[in-house]
Design a protein around this ligand. Structure first.
Ligand code: FAD
Length: 622
């Protein structure tokens, strides 16, 4: 049958990409339908219930800045929060939260169910309606035809999913869920380039069978960090500890002795796995000289005994899993509640997408999440938001929007995927962002919320909170810039222990730039009745003051590249002689012979760093 209502945006798949896509489209005021296998698994975390981490929290905070759900859901579900790299510079600092998976799902579901303009329908989608190269809707397993202006496909690891435990395998989208085989077969008929990837998960362990006294405790940070800029620690549930255990020589021997029973090493699995999140058998094989690997023992929630042993993802047979787990100190009597497994699935070459995440081959069809070759909830959520936003804009007859590489990690990820494609599951790192000093997690709201508001993604409450924060930052900076400290005064004496004697009068803003001083050291000086800035404002004021020089330089670099986009590249330029270019980039430039720097930048694989090198070369020739 044909469903009587027609939708502007139909999102298929209620994982991390699909939920952000559906919420974004609905926030923009268009009629949105979320079609998913099972309403009970909306927002389900297939692997570790943890959000954020290095490079990834930048994405979560950008989703938040654009009005998305992931950060707030994390604040409502997080049972341990930590800031990673806290002693390093602000560009690489990252927030990571261990979440209670039940609370996380509940938070996402509540947001979905209370979102105006959004309807949810539970059923597997088995076909897409495509006419004259344009998508027109989707058909479910029971033959219900939903018609829509645009479709966003967010089916994760489910397309042609095959689960492997040892040499046994069966079809599945993840443990306990069916794979999407009819849809996968249908998509293979369309002109997309399909390949296989794989990922894996460790066995889960019953906490009651673990001796924590033989492990190292890893508490969360206090005060507890928050993920959303409108989140508060009052929203967060009870906080708990994680633990650290270690593999040992015996663990490694067990794995080595059984590699022939591994689907990865016996050639059963063809898909490539995530290089930066390898299985334990992969680690033992690749880093043969390492005698021990860390295993983070992380709780799965407040109302379960299940633990996630982060670091021993495996697809070895169950008997080997049990032996390897029990060889680890503290886990000698461990009971495994669920075996670990690997999953192979179809993904589509992201070079077949536009930056808006619309496919090049089928108009109005968007792809987001693991289907594009990425791994991780954060990568999926960020793409989902972008695809949902653009599907809605398309339905409204508007131009698509996407952030540039110098505006957001989302821009970096999408640009990487579209220009370079990926041979292995793509995950975000701070090193992928050449302008990482500008794209910090702490300023995601300042970078993107104004834009999100303009796009219709940011609601009044969030925008008011943002405006209040932005105004406080401005006020505080103005106060620091106009308040002077004079030598031989009481205030100067209070600073003397850290700074020595002041020799001349100085503005507080300049003092804050000094490495010896923190915002807290000067915040109370000459304050009068003015209140001291709250933590997020203080952090921002301090970072902007201390890194101003570097930030300005990076901004100049961006402006310079923008100014030179139309600069002509001489036809006789010898790319082979330009230092610093990789041989791959040299070959590509040599073959394409771009006329301008902008044309060079658009060649797949030519990085912004390479464009800078070209610019330097042109200057040398002048
Ligand atoms: P998913 O979260 O997979 O959601 C897909 C959704 O689409 C599901 O709700 C599904 O029911 C629905 N769906 C699929 N097909 C259909 C259909 N035909 N009709 C209707 N609904 C459909 N990430 C990491 O960062 N690190 C890891 O170590 C890691 N390990 C993983 C291990 C395993 C075993 C798995 C399965 C995933 C792992 N991931 C890991 C990846 C992480 O789970 C994904 O990156 C993330 O969930 C992707 O989000 P998504 O929205 O693209 O897809």
């Amino acid at each position: 049958m044909d469903y009587p209502n027609r939708f502007d945006v139909i999102v298929i798949g209620g994982g991390h990409a699909g939920t952000e896509a559906a919420l974004a489209a609905a926030r923009m005021g268009v009629d949105t339908l979320l079609l998913t296998h099972n309403v009970e698994t909306l927002g389900q975390m297939s692997c570790n219930p943890a959000i954020g981490g290095i490079g990834k929290s930048h994405l979560v905070k950008e989703i938040d800045a654009l009005g998305g759900a992931m950060a707030l859901a994390t604040d409502r579900a997080g049972i341990q929060f930590r800031v990673l790299n806290s002693r390093k510079g602000p560009a690489v600092r990252a927030t990571r939260a261990q979440a209670d998976r039940v609370l996380y799902k509940a938070a996402i579901r509540e947001m979905l169910e209370n979102q105006p303009n959004l309807s949810i329908f539970q059923q597997a989608v088995s076909d897409l309606i495509v006419e004259d190269g344009k998508v027109r809707g989707a058909v479910t397993q029971a033959g219900i035809r939903f018609h829509g202006e645009t479709v966003v496909l967010c089916t994760g690891t489910f397309l042609g999913g095959v689960i492997h435990i040892g040499l046994e395998n069966h079809s599945g989208g993840r443990a306990g869920d069916p794979s999407a085989s009819a849809l996968a077969a249908r998509l293979r008929e369309l002109p997309f380039n399909v390949a296989r990837l794989k990922t894996g998960t460790p066995p889960r362990i019953d906490a009651r069978s673990v001796d924590f006294s033989r492990m190292q405790v890893q508490p969360g940070d206090t005060p507890t960090p928050v993920m959303s800029y409108i989140g508060t620690s009052a929203m967060q549930p009870r906080q708990v500890d994680c633990f650290i255990a270690h593999t040992n020589e015996r663990t490694h021997e067990i794995i080595r002795a059984n590699l022939d029973r591994s689907p990865m090493y016996s050639g059963v699995i063809e898909g490539i796995g995530p290089r930066y999140c390898p299985s334990i058998e992969d680690k033992i094989h690749r880093f043969a000289d390492k005698q021990s690997h860390q295993v983070f023992i992380e709780p799965e929630g407040l109302t379960t005994h299940e633990l996630y042993p982060n670091g021993i993802s495996t697809s070895l047979p169950f008997d080997v899993q049990l032996s390897l787990v029990r060889s680890i100190e503290g886990l000698e009597r461990a009971h495994i509640t669920r075996p670990g497994y690997a999953i192979e699935y179809d993904f589509f070459d992201p070079r077949d997408l536009h930056h808006s995440l619309e496919t090049r081959f089928v108009e109005n069809l968007f792809f987001a999440g693991q289907i594009n070759g990425t791994t991780g909830y954060e990568e999926a959520g960020a793409q989902g938001l972008l695809a949902g936003l653009n599907a809605a804009r398309r339905a409204q007859g508007r131009e698509c929007w996407y952030p540039r590489r110098d505006e957001a990690y989302i821009g970096v990820m999408v640009d990487d995927l579209i220009r370079l494609g990926t041979q292995e599951p793509y995950r975000m790192f701070t090193s992928r962002a050449e302008y990482r000093l500008l794209l910090r997690e702490d300023n995601a709201d300042l970078r993107l919320t104004e834009k999100g508001r303009e796009l219709g993604l940011v609601d009044d409450a969030r925008y008011r909170a943002f405006e209040a924060k932005r105004e406080s930052i401005g006020r505080e900076q103005a106060w620091l810039a106009s308040t002077w400290i004079h030598p031989r005064t009481e205030e100067a004496e209070r600073l003397a222990a850290k700074l020595g004697e002041l020799t001349r009068e100085q503005r507080l803003l300049d003092l804050l730039k000094r490495p010896e001083l923190e915002y807290q050291d000067i915040a109370g000086l000459k304050r009068g009745d003015a209140p001291v800035a709250y933590a997020a404002v203080a952090e921002q004021v301090q970072i902007q003051a201390k890194y101003q020089g570097y930030i300005d330089r990076q901004q100049e670099e961006i402006d310079k590249l923008k100014r030179h986009e139309q600069t002509l590249l001489p036809m006789d330029l010898d790319y082979a002689r330009i230092d610093g270019l990789s041989s791959e980039i040299r070959q590509k430039l040599d073959r394409a012979r771009p006329r301008t720097l902008a044309e060079a930048a658009r060649i797949s694989g030519v990085t912004p760093a390479a464009v800078s090198l070209l610019l330097i070369q042109l200057k040398k020739r002048e």
